[in-house]
Design a binder for this molecule. Structure first.
Ligand SMILES: Nc1nc2c(ncn2[C@@H]2O[C@H](COP(=O)(O)OP(=O)(O)OP(=O)(O)O)[C@@H](O)[C@H]2O)c(=O)[nH]1
Ligand SMILES: [Mg+2]
Ligand SMILES: [Mg+2]
Length: 321
């Protein structure tokens, strides 16, 4: 009997009493695991669930993008090329996502029908499981987009359910993360003049230049040249456009105390609100460090933003590595 107890104890890694018999808690543990085994005929299928945890010590970015928004925006008569309330609606939905994941979600950047959400490098939320993170972000964003629609879009009725796709991308260094965000902001900067040109939003200086020729040229030129063509041929001074359209929207959770620089950045908003709002305002009531959530329409390609919000990057470092 004792030999049997010793064997069981060694297989199940359970402690034995001084006399060499199984202790009461050990017996309970054996009983429980036997019961579990008895009902686990089908449990092997759990092993089909693959581990999709994101690599440790890397930035996790979840990007969502509207599905078929070219059609969706037409069907809902969005103003072209930029619809201010619609952009505000995107940001309202993004704010809910940022709030849901506080304090792990440190920054979000959005333009057009997309938003990128940056989780802090060391986050352990959902044990870093990519599918959990992505599905929760997409789900919260989509339902918030619909939830806030009536209050932001006014009389415009929502005629079909909007959907968003999502992807998870990991960036190993601060420099990679900054380059990713620069890429998205450059995309905003490049697409806007193009949209203006394609739509003929301005009045052409000479009628024949409204033809496809200028549009075709815009398609194949760099941002600076696009601006020149827009100005000389369409009469649009791109720099007069609101920062919201030129820069997109940054939502940043900042631990820095608001100072002179913050108001300087905030003033470059032209934003739906250009606001500085306590993060604790949202639906969640749990006690986590709040910081301050700021909504800005500023440049995130240069160093100024990153110097002013140095707590966003790992180790409070000022320079991206
Ligand atoms: N009129 C208008 N259209 C917008 C606005 N923001 C985004 N869009 C539209 O949304 C589209 C977004 O581009 P994509 O995401 O590449 O295209 P998509 O049609 O959503 O297609 P998939 O993302 O591949 O499903 C733009 O081409 C515009 O047509 C806006 O403020 N006003
Ligand atoms: Mg899209
Ligand atoms: Mg898009």
């Amino acid at each position: 009997m004792q030999r049997c107890a010793r064997l069981l104890a060694s297989v199940c890694r359970l402690p034995l009493s001084v006399s060499g018999s199984l202790t009461r808690p050990s017996i309970r543990a054996v009983c429980l695991s036997t019961t579990a085994m008895a009902k686990s005929k089908y449990e092997y299928v759990r092993h089909f669930e693959l581990d999709d945890r994101c690599l440790p010590n890397s930035w996790i970015v979840v990007r969502i993008d509207g599905k078929g928004f070219h059609r969706f925006t037409n069907e809902h008569s969005f103003e072209k090329p930029n619809d201010a309330p619609a952009l505000e609606l995107m940001t309202r939905a993004a704010r809910d996502v940022v709030d849901l994941f506080r304090p792990d979600l440190v920054l979000a950047y959005g333009q057009s029908d997309e938003y990128s959400f940056v989780f802090r490098r060391q986050t352990t939320v959902y044990r870093r499981r990519a599918s959990k993170l992505m599905s929760q972000v997409v789900s919260q964003f989509s339902s918030s987009y619909v939830f806030h629609w009536p209050s932001v879009m006014g009389a415009r009725a929502l005629r079909q359910p909007p959907t968003f796709d999502g992807r998870v991308v990991l960036y190993p260094t601060d420099r990679n993360l900054r380059d990713y965000l620069s890429w998205r902001q450059a995309d905003c900067h490049i697409n806007n003049p193009l949209q203006h040109g394609l739509l003929g939003a301005g009045q052409p200086r000479r009628s024949h230049q409204r033809s496809g020729t200028a549009e075709e040229r815009l398609r194949h030129t760099l941002a600076a040249d696009k601006n020149e063509i827009l100005f000389s041929e369409f009469g649009i001074n791109y720099n007069d456009e609101p920062a919201l359209y030129r820069k997109g929207t940054v939502i940043v959770r900042s631990l820095e105390t608001p100072g002179e620089q913050d108001s300087k950045l905030s003033s470059d908003t032209g934003a739906p609100d250009g606001s500085t709002v306590p993060a604790s305002e949202g639906a969640r009531t749990d006690q986590k460090p709040v910081g301050v959530v700021k909504v800005l329409n500023c440049d995130i390609i240069g160093d100024e933003f990153w110097n002013e919000h140095s707590s966003v990057l790992s180790g409070n470092n000022k320079k991206a590595k």
